[in-house]
Structures are given as structure tokens and as C-alpha cells.
Design a protein around this ligand. Structure first.
Ligand SMILES: [Zn+2]
Ligand SMILES: [Zn+2]
Length: 282
């Protein structure tokens, strides 16, 4: 028994030396010309990366990138913005993609009620239906969820609770967490992890929010926190204004360490271990 367990255990400890960027979009157009250099800079800092799909084509690109690099993983998902732009029979292609061995989650999926200048708010009912559908697919394929929430916390909880029997013990990650402490408690009670990005380094409270991210990090147990960048967006200070990239996750880790009064190394190890557990990275 021991001999069988030992190699796995060693490998697990190895993984803990790394940092994790559990949510980014190297599959987006802005990285087309220099994705190799961007991944190289992350590798130099031993950062593992989960590259997130937002539609069928970007999910496919995420998988193609994951096939090329160790330590790079993919997710397959339809972002709520794309709820009204689905092709007929999209589910067939979706499930085929999601069965790839380097796919570690379904998402980003969820609900988004923020009014964007480019496309306003996508039909709310369509968003909720598409979210529920992806919960069912995640259940069928035994994958955790990568959840996107923007000012839709209550409706997301409603859909999750309606589908509670389909959620795994470790059901997934609320990426780029925002909301208030009451909402955070409910999310943690369902077993979810919470992801924080470079916007935690911005001063003040974001438009439409009531609670500073600083206070949410303070409340969330370190065993439930995962670091991410959402690159190319949400670039942390001191690089705010530039395009974001996974190597900048170190600023996110540093900030969390300060808030939690832990060392940077402890936070890097913990968040990496959390992501390894949740997404079963190997
Ligand atoms: Zn998102
Ligand atoms: Zn994203």
C-alpha cells in the first residue's frame, strides 16, 4: 500500500512549490502574436495556468494550447454573454471538447447582470437556462464548475440550489469573487472555492458593489482561496493599464499574503494546493 501511495504523495508535494493562475484567457486575440513568450514568463516563475473557454471556439483554442504545454490546463464553457449567440446543436461539440483529458472544469458559466457598453445585458432567462444546462453537463462528465458572477449572486445561488443534487462535494470555483460577506458565506456553505484577481489591488469599492474585496479576502478561509488573473483583464497594480498576463499572479498572491498576514510562500502553496484538489491537476 505504502509503495503505491508514495510516488503520488511526492508528486503532490512537488506541485505545491508552484503558483497557480486558475483563470485566464490566453486563448483571446490579444495574445495571438506572443503567447509563447507569455507562457514562458509564467513558466520561469513556476506558475501553472488554467486557460478558460468562453464559447466553443475559445474553448477549442484553450485545449489546443493545453496540449502543447505541461502545467497548462483548459476549461470548456459558454460565458453568459454568449447565451444568445449559440449555434444549433452546440451541446454535441461542447461535450466532445469537454471530454479532453486536459479539460479540468466546465465554464466559465454563470450569470451576468452588469450593463456593458458593448452589448448591454443578455436575455436573463436565456442566461439562467444556459447556466443550468452547463451544471447538468458538468455533473454528467464529473467536472467542477468555473462560475462567472457579475451582480447576479442571488440568481446564481437560486439556480445552484435548484440543481443541488448535481453538485460535486467540491463543486467548483466562483472566479473573480465579489459581493458581500453574507453572499460569501452562502457560497462557502455550498462548498465552493473563491478566486481573487488583480482588482484586489485597486483602492476603494467597485461600481455597483457594497463590500471591499479586501474584507472578503479577510473573511474567506485561506483553504478556500484560489489565485487567478483573468488575463488580459484586471491587471494588478503596479502594472495597471497594461495588458495582464499570468506571471502577474504573483502580485495577487502578495496582496492576499498581506491581508491574511501570511508569507507569500504560504499563500502560493495553499492556493496551488486548493486548485490542485479542486481541479484534480496532475
Ligand atoms: Zn468571468
Ligand atoms: Zn474570464
Amino acid at each position: 500500500m505504502m509503495e503505491k501511495l508514495l510516488p503520488n504523495l511526492l508528486y503532490f508535494q512537488e506541485l505545491n512549490k508552484f503558483m497557480i493562475d486558475a483563470h485566464c484567457h490566453l486563448n483571446f486575440q490579444t495574445f495571438v502574436s506572443d503567447v509563447e513568450e507569455v507562457i514562458g514568463r509564467a513558466k520561469d516563475k513556476d506558475i501553472n495556468i488554467i486557460n478558460v473557454g468562453t464559447a466553443l471556439d475559445s474553448s477549442k483554442t484553450a485545449i489546443e494550447l493545453a496540449e502543447k504545454y505541461p502545467g497548462l490546463y483548459a476549461t470548456v464553457g459558454i460565458h453568459p454573454h454568449h447565451a444568445d449567440k449559440l449555434e444549433l446543436n452546440w451541446e454535441v461539440e461542447f461535450e466532445k471538447l469537454a471530454k479532453h483529458p486536459k479539460v479540468v472544469a466546465i465554464g466559465e458559466t454563470g450569470i451576468d447582470y452588469f450593463r456593458y457598453e458593448s452589448n448591454g445585458i443578455t436575455n436573463k432567462n436565456l442566461q439562467r437556462k444556459l447556466f443550468a444546462k452547463q451544471i447538468k453537463i458538468a455533473h454528467r462528465l464529473d467536472l467542477p464548475l468555473m462560475i462567472h458572477n457579475r451582480q447576479a449572486g442571488e440568481d446564481i445561488l437560486k439556480v445552484l440550489n435548484e440543481n443541488k443534487p448535481l453538485l460535486k462535494n467540491l463543486p467548483g470555483l466562483f472566479h473573480c469573487f465579489s459581493g458581500d460577506v453574507e453572499f460569501l458565506k452562502k457560497v462557502l456553505n455550498l462548498g465552493f472555492y473563491v478566486g481573487f484577481d488583480g482588482n484586489i489591488t485597486y483602492p476603494g469599492i467597485a461600481k455597483g458593489e457594497t463590500t471591499a474585496l479586501f474584507d472578503l479576502i479577510k473573511y474567506a478561509p485561506i483553504d478556500k482561496i484560489i489565485s487567478e488573473t483573468d488575463s488580459p483583464y484586471l491587471t494588478p497594480i503596479p502594472h495597471r493599464g497594461e495588458r495582464n498576463e499570468p506571471s502577474f499572479v504573483k502580485f495577487v498572491v502578495e496582496f492576499i499574503a498581506e491581508v491574511k498576514n501570511l508569507t507569500k510562500k504560504e499563500v502560493a502553496e495553499k492556493t496551488s494546493k486548493n486548485a490542485t484538489n479542486l481541479f484534480r491537476l496532475s
